[in-house]
Ligand binder design. Structure first.
Ligand code: PEP
Ligand code: MG
Length: 325
């Protein structure tokens, strides 16, 4: 099987009936790129920038960040690179931020909430991203968006920094997209409204599942409720894809589910455009997708969404698509 995968490194990802989807990789630092390229990643679907801030005594400077972003963009040679702004909080701590303990960190002061409050921190990152934007195919993504106001505020700060940099003579002539993660059920439900204002969605199922089923993704005692194939989760995902497509926006997924062989036929059938996963999952996923007809998978979606339990979905997909794995 390893030999078959190796042949797929330089190929595009195409379903059996000829539809191209993009298989991208999740990374935490520029060092991860060697593996992405070795496994034939068609882009970076999620650069988790918080790792630039972790394991150190103080914030990374604008220049340090600029260098990291530029390096990733250049190494990917024009392939799409989605860089997510700081998603700290929840399970990821920054000791030097000195934030008070919270009762429910996953429902608390994290990600975009923190960035909109600590604006200097956020603006520094935005400037680094803007300056890097001319070195490749950058897409900027905001995490943990719950409301339209949050997106508008974040975008306004980005515009402010862009204008300030341009006034000081920095070249920002290359256009870039600005999108959001859909990882909060409220945002998934309102995807049609967001779709008017964003350039793309990337569905963060790691969080979307925990918030939909109210089951802490770190708590083993409730892990039985952490159900990626639960019809509630699948209906939300379908709704987001349809809402994006209705307004001509592409929709990706960067949660673990995007590389899951049981989820892949469902996501392909729903029309997901981009699947972002750990580098080691890319070639197996490319091979699997090559064996699935997207049109046929699409025909199964209404039945799957009408199912009652996660187990039912899992059994159905396992049987229906078994020969395609
Ligand atoms: C997600 O929530 O699915 C996601 C990709 O973000 P993270 O795992 O970094 O929270
Ligand atoms: Mg998340």
């Amino acid at each position: 099987q390893k030999a078959e995968w190796a042949q797929l490194v330089d190929r595009k990802t195409v379903s059996q009936d000829g539809h191209h989807v993009e298989l991208a990789a999740n990374i935490g630092s520029p060092q991860d790129l060697a593996e992405v390229i070795a496994h034939g990643g068609e882009g970076v679907g999620l650069f988790r920038t918080e790792f630039l801030y972790m394991g150190r005594e103080d914030f990374p400077t604008e220049e340090e960040q600029f260098q990291a972003y530029k390096q990733v963009l250049e190494k990917m040679e024009g392939k799409p690179v989605v860089i997510r702004t700081l998603d700290i909080g929840g399970d990821k701590h920054l000791p030097y931020l000195n934030l008070p303990e919270e009762m429910n960190p996953f429902l608390g002061f994290r990600a975009i909430r923190l960035c909109l409050d600590q604006q200097e921190l956020f603006r520094t990152q935005l400037r680094a991203l803007l300056r890097a934007s001319v070195y490749g195919n950058l897409k900027i993504m905001f995490p943990m968006i719950a409301t339209l106001e949050e997106f508008r505020q974040a975008k306004a700060l980005l515009e402010e920094e862009k204008e300030a940099l341009q006034r000081s003579g920095v070249d920002l002539s290359k256009p870039f997209e600005v999108g959001i993660m859909i990882e909060i059920p409220a945002a998934a439900m309102m995807a049609d409204v967001f779709a008017d204002e964003v350039d793309f969605f990337s569905i963060g199922t790691n969080d979307l599942i925990q918030y939909t089923l109210a089951a802490d993704r770190m708590n083993e005692r409730v892990s039985y409720l952490y159900q990626p194939y639960h019809p509630a989760v699948l209906r939300l995902i379908r709704q987001v894809i349809e809402a994006g497509h209705a307004k001509g926006k592409w929709v990706g997924m960067c949660g673990e589910m995007a590389g899951d062989p049981i989820a892949i036929p469902i996501l392909l059938g729903m029309g997901l455009d981009e699947f972002s996963m750990s580098a080691s999952s890319i070639l197996p996923a490319r091979q699997q997708i090559g064996g699935i007809s997207r049109e046929m998978a699409a025909k199964e979606i209404p039945q799957i969404l009408g199912m009652s339990t996660s187990q039912q979905v899992e059994d159905f997909v396992t049987n229906r698509f078994a020969h395609m794995n």
